[in-house]
Design a protein around this ligand. Structure first.
Ligand code: ZN
Length: 238
């Protein structure tokens, strides 16, 4: 005779334990995802900063070219004032005009770059704020998840103790079979039946099996091997 009510309680405990174990197994992944997200935001800060610096450097380079050309224009003007040949005057005037035009284009480019640089600088600031928040979020997720993991570990330990306590109700050979199955199948080691089919794999019960269940014997499902139990109250309700 097996205490089917006891088996049902055990089944419930095994399911709870399995549920907590699944939740515990997900904890490292939750932390890993939050960490990866934070690292990604840190990388975005670096990229944003590099973009800004590159733009600023381009603007600086063009400004230097602009100043050098302005100096050259000044020098050519001095030479033009001092020159006494018409041809040289003409050549210098053309060069000065060409440089002035080139500088005018350059000035537009510099303004555009400075404008862009300002935007990139702003973006860089913003990305740093986002990354700082991402880091805080990661720390929070980590703390909460670690606390949850500790809580789950304690709950699982308590359930294991409770399961051990309940197992004492069962005879030794039955207990060994149960433990072996629980080890490899978790909650599927047990299956409640409504008197028609196995609660785990839904195979129909034979008359023989049903008769054994009615006598509260230790019965395993022929299909999935689960140790079955039947609660008369459930059967009557069906
Ligand atoms: Zn079954």
């Amino acid at each position: 005779m097996i205490d089917y009510e006891g088996l049902r309680t055990l089944h419930h405990l095994l399911r709870q334990k399995s549920d907590f174990e699944d939740q515990l197994a997900r904890c490292p992944r939750i932390i890993q995802i939050a960490r990866a997200k934070s690292e990604q935001l840190d990388k975005a800060v670096e990229t944003s900063k590099a973009n800004w610096q590159k733009c600023q450097k381009d603007a600086d380079g063009k400004q230097m070219t602009l100043r050098q050309r302005e100096q050259r224009i000044e020098q050519m003007r001095v030479r033009r004032n001092a020159c006494d040949s018409n041809k040289e005057f003409q050549i210098l005037s053309e060069q000065i005009d060409a440089d002035l035009k080139a500088n005018s284009v350059l000035e537009d480019e510099i303004l555009e770059l400075l404008d862009r640089s300002e935007r990139l600088h702003q973006e860089s600031h913003e990305s740093r704020e986002v990354a700082a928040n991402g880091k805080l979020n990661f720390e929070q997720v980590k703390q909460e998840t670690e606390a949850r993991a500790r809580e789950l570990t304690a709950k699982i330990a308590a359930l294991v103790a409770e399961i051990r306590q309940h197992e004492k109700l069962f005879p030794g050979d039955f207990l060994d079979a149960f433990r072996r199955r629980a080890e490899s199948n978790g909650p599927d080691a047990l299956a409640e039946t409504d008197g028609h089919s196995c609660g785990s794999c839904h195979s129909l019960l034979t008359t023989q099996i049903l008769s054994e269940l009615r006598q509260s014997k230790a019965v395993a499902c022929k299909s999935c091997g689960a140790i079955m139990y039947m609660i008369e109250k459930t059967v009557l309700e069906n």
